[in-house]
Write a protein that binds this ligand. Structure first.
Ligand SMILES: NC(=O)c1ccc[n+]([C@@H]2O[C@H](COP(=O)([O-])OP(=O)(O)OC[C@H]3O[C@@H](n4cnc5c(N)ncnc54)[C@H](OP(=O)(O)O)[C@@H]3O)[C@@H](O)[C@H]2O)c1
Length: 322
């Protein structure tokens, strides 16, 4: 199939491009060209900014696609999705990457696709919900099929979020890991390759039309348990230092203390029954094997020697007298 990927050169979108090529698709990537050299051979590149709607229309003119993956969050507002749909010739299947953060996280876990959505996560949720609704309306009104993908924390090689690698930095250097509060909030992660496989499998699959799918790994782990599992995978000991997260408010510019975005005080656990039952997809990676794969990449990619600034954590350690 002729497939357009909005993005294509960083993390999720690059893994997706690789998976689409493995499946024999004819792939075009639309991005601003900041990392054009990362695009694998055989991919057609279109350079442009999705937020420039006139430019988007101009650059997509004359192209015809059977499928479109809308990956890039730029941040992507409803109007950006509308502009993309308007710029496409014909009625390609659009697979839109949303997020598990569309669910109202004040509700009890686990979140299935039928859990009410809400703005617990602010503008990020608001923008993703607006985009979902516009696209699902496109599907409902017969203007072309749509599928929605809702991942939660995605991990793996090339991750642009410093979550699992944040802890590898500290454990490798025998640094203590600061844990906000009890460290018992439940988290769920997914390997980026499993996400790419699931998205590619949806392409042109009529069962996925008009549907939203949670896509993530099956393991659920506490914040503290996540760090301990990383240490186990690395074969290193780890010391956890719990602290009261209220302390963060005493800093003008608090730095990250527990991954890039794993500090939040609620559970984030999802059910993947729909993905398994309707599409027959289950993750190839467990949390432990996903971490082992990422640790191997971290070492290859120079993570062991990368400079890390611990000054903010040192300030907290000094305050808690550790
Ligand atoms: N990572 C997670 O844990 C997670 C969880 C849930 C949902 N998501 C969703 O997953 C999606 C992808 O996230 P990702 O971080 O892995 O990034 P990504 O897919 O690699 O996206 C970045 C790509 O988009 C391009 N891009 C960025 N801004 C652009 C613009 N204005 N116009 C055109 N292209 C642009 C970048 O190239 P240029 O810079 O060269 O333009 C790059 O190719 C996002 O929608 C995010 O909300 C991520």
């Amino acid at each position: 199939m002729r497939v357009l990927v909005i993005g294509g050169t960083e993390f999720i979108s690059l893994h997706l491009v690789q998976e689409l090529l493995r499946r024999g698709h004819d792939v075009t990537a639309f991005n601003r060209g900041r990392h054009a050299e990362r695009l694998p051979a055989g991919v057609t590149a279109i350079a442009g900014d999705r937020k420039d709607h006139a430019g988007l229309r101009e650059r997509l003119q004359g192209h015809r696609f059977d499928g479109v993956f809308d990956i890039t969050y730029a941040p992507t507002l409803g109007e950006d999705v509308t502009a993309l749909v308007a710029a496409l010739a014909g009625e390609p299947h659009i697979v839109f990457i949303s997020t598990g953060r569309v669910y109202d996280h004040a509700l009890p876990i686990p979140y299935s696709e039928d859990t009410p959505r809400g703005f617990y996560w602010g503008d990020y949720a608001r923008h993703k919900i607006a985009a979902e609704d516009l696209l699902l309306e496109r599907h409902r009104t017969g203007r072309g099929p749509v599928s929605i993908v809702r991942p939660t924390h995605v991990m793996g090689p090339l991750n642009t979020r410093n979550n699992e690698t944040f802890f590898m930095d500290r454990i490798w250097r025998n640094r203590p890991v600061l844990v906000p509060g009890h460290g018992g909030w439940l988290r769920q992660f997914g390997h980026v390759e499993d996400l790419a496989i699931a998205m590619a499998a949806m392409l042109g699959n009529a069962k996925a039309y008009g549907q939203a799918y949670n896509v993530m790994g099956e393991d659920t782990v506490t914040q503290a348990g996540f760090v301990e599992l990383i240490a186990e995978v690395m074969g290193k000991p780890v010391t956890l230092r719990h602290f009261d997260p209220v302390l963060l408010k005493s800093f003008d510019k608090p730095g990250p203390v527990f991954g890039q975005n794993l500090v939040y005080e609620c559970h984030a656990v999802h059910a993947t029954t729909r993905l398994r039952q309707e599409l027959g997809l289950r993750p190839r990676y467990t949390l432990a094997s996903a971490l082992a794969h990422t640790w191997a990449w971290y070492k290859r990619a120079g993570g062991l020697d990368r400079p890390v600034d611990f000054s903010f954590e040192d300030a907290i350690l000094a305050k808690i007298g550790a």
